[in-house]
Design a protein around this ligand. Structure first.
Ligand code: GLU
Length: 413
C-alpha cells in the first residue's frame, strides 16, 4: 500500500504548505498501530487463528474515527494507509473526528454467523480498551455492517455499560440514524452531480459504470439513476454486466437482497456478462470504482473511456494509473471527498447518541447537503486559486492538511 495517490498528494501538499520535516512526520505517521491474535474454535470444531488490527492515525480534531474491514487480504500496511485517508476525509468535511481503521483478516463468507459473532466479540475483548465514544468510534466498512456493529455494542457494554456512541452504522433500533446505510453511495451520487455541473457533463445523458455492487455501489447506482443518469454497467467480485441502454439497478439490488449470498451471475439480467477488467474499460462517460483498492492502474488506465472518475472506494486508483488518467485529461473526484457522505452521517449518528434524541429524516437530509456542499465549494475554491494546476485530490488535501496542522499547533505538544 506504499506509493499511493494518497501519499503523493500528502507529500506534495505538505511541501507546498512549508511543513517542517518533523511536522510532516507527525502528520504522516499513525499515533498507534495495534495487532492482536484472535484464536477461534469454530462451530465445526476446527481451531483457526486470526489477526485483528486497529490503526489510529490522528485524533487532532476529535476522537479517532473509521471503519472495520473484514477481508482475507488485509494487513497492517493496508490499515495504515486507510486510517490516514480517514484523518484527511474527516478534516476535509470539517467534522470533529480524527482518523482510524481496523478489522480482521477473515473471509466472512466462509464463516458461520455464530463464528463471526464470536470472532467480532473476541476482537473487541482485545482492543476494547482503545475504543469508546470519546476515544475511537468504529463503523462499517467492507465485510461489516449493522449486524457487526450490534455485536460490538454488546461486547463493549459488558465493561462500560450501554454506550450507543461507541459505534456508528448501527440499526435504528439500537440508536442508529436514518439513512446511514445509504449515505456513502448517496454522497457519491451527489458529488457526481456537482462534478458534472462543473465539468460540463450532462448527467441526464451520461452513461455510468459502477464497479462493485456492495453497499456503496448499490446506493450510488440507485441514487444516480434517480438523478437521471443511465447506469450501463455494474459488477461484483465474480464479474460484470453491461447494457448500453441501461440496467434497472433498483430492481437488481432488490433481487440480490432477497437471495442469500447471491451474486450478479446468479441473476437473469438483460445485458452482456463480461469480466471485471472488461467492464472498467467499457464505453461510458463516468466510472465509479466502488469496491477495493488499486483496480485502476497502469495496466488499464489508458484504456479507460470515462471522462470522470468518482472514487466511491478508498484508494481505487494507483499512482501510476492516476498519472495516465490526468495526462488523458480524465477528472478524478478523490476518495476523501467522493465517499465522505458515510462518515458525515456517522457524525450525525454520534451526535444523536450524545443527545439521546433521534434526528428527523429532514434534518439528516438538510445537514448532509450542507456539509457536503461546503466541502465541495472549498475544494473548488482552492482548485481555482491554484489556477488549475491542482487536481481535485491536491485541492482536497490542501484543505485537510492545513486544518490538522493548525489544530496541532494550537493544541501544543
Ligand atoms: N468506512 C467508511 C469510510 O471509509 C465510513 C467510516 C465511518 O463512518 O466512520 O469512510
Amino acid at each position: 500500500m506504499k506509493n499511493t495517490t494518497h501519499e503523493r498528494a500528502l507529500k506534495s501538499v505538505m511541501g507546498k504548505l512549508g511543513c517542517s520535516e518533523e511536522m510532516s512526520k507527525l502528520l504522516d505517521s499513525s499515533q498507534r498501530e495495534v495487532i492482536v491474535e484472535i484464536p477461534l474454535k469454530r462451530e465445526n470444531g476446527d481451531i483457526k487463528v486470526f489477526k485483528g488490527y486497529r490503526v489510529q492515525h490522528s485524533d487532532a480534531l476529535g476522537p479517532f474515527k473509521g471503519g472495520l474491514r473484514f477481508h482475507p487480504d488485509v494487513d497492517l500496511n493496508h490499515f495504515v494507509s486507510l486510517a490516514s485517508v480517514m484523518t484527511w476525509k474527516t478534516a476535509l468535511v470539517n467534522i470533529p473526528f480524527g482518523g482510524a481503521k481496523g478489522g480482521i483478516n477473515c473471509d466472512p463468507k466462509e464463516l458461520s454467523e455464530h463464528d463471526l459473532e464470536i470472532l467480532t466479540k473476541r476482537y473487541i475483548e482485545k482492543i476494547g480498551m482503545l475504543i469508546g465514544p470519546n476515544i475511537d468510534i468504529p463503523a462499517p466498512d467492507m465485510g461489516t455492517g449493522e449486524r457487526e456493529m450490534a455485536w460490538i455494542l454488546q461486547a463493549y457494554a459488558k465493561n462500560h455499560g450501554h454506550q450507543p456512541g461507541v459505534v456508528t452504522g448501527k440499526s435504528e433500533q439500537l440508536g442508529g440514524i436514518v439513512g446511514r446505510k445509504e449515505a456513502t453511495g448517496k454522497g457519491v451520487a451527489y458529488f457526481t452531480k456537482l462534478a458534472c455541473l462543473r465539468e460540463a457533463i450532462e448527467l441526464e445523458k451520461a452513461k455510468v459504470i459502477i464497479q462493485g455492487f456492495g453497499n456503496v455501489g448499490q446506493s450510488a447506482a440507485i441514487n444516480l439513476e434517480k438523478l437521471g443518469a443511465n447506469i450501463v454497467g455494474i459488477s461484483d467480485r465474480y464479474g460484470g454486466v453491461y447494457n448500453e441502454n441501461g440496467l434497472k439497478v433498483e430492481s437488481i439490488a432488490k433481487m440480490l437482497g432477497e437471495m442469500k449470498n447471491a451474486s450478479l451471475k446468479d441473476l437473469d439480467i438483460d445485458g452482456e456478462y463480461i469480466s471485471n477488467e472488461e467492464l472498467l474499460c467499457a464505453p461510458c462517460d463516468i466510472l465509479v470504482p466502488a469496491a477495493i483498492e488499486g483496480v485502476v492502474n497502469s495496466k488499464n488506465a489508458d484504456e479507460i473511456q470515462a471522462r470522470l472518475i468518482v472514487e466511491g472506494a478508498n484508494l481505487p486508483v494507483t499512482r501510476d494509473g492516476e498519472d495516465i488518467l490526468l495526462n488523458n485529461n480524465v477528472k478524478i473526484i478523490p476518495d476523501l471527498l467522493a465517499n465522505s457522505g458515510g462518515v458525515t452521517v456517522s457524525f450525525f449518528e454520534w451526535s444523536q447518541n450524545a443527545q439521546r434524541y433521534p434526528w428527523k429524516p429532514e434534518k439528516v437530509e438538510r445537514e448532509f447537503e450542507r456539509v457536503l456542499k461546503n466541502a465541495w465549494n472549498n475544494v473548488c475554491e482552492v482548485k481555482e486559486c491554484a489556477k488549475q494546476t491542482h487536481s481535485y485530490r491536491e485541492a482536497a488535501y490542501t484543505i485537510a492538511v492545513n486544518r490538522v496542522r493548525e489544530t496541532l499547533i494550537k493544541r501544543g505538544f
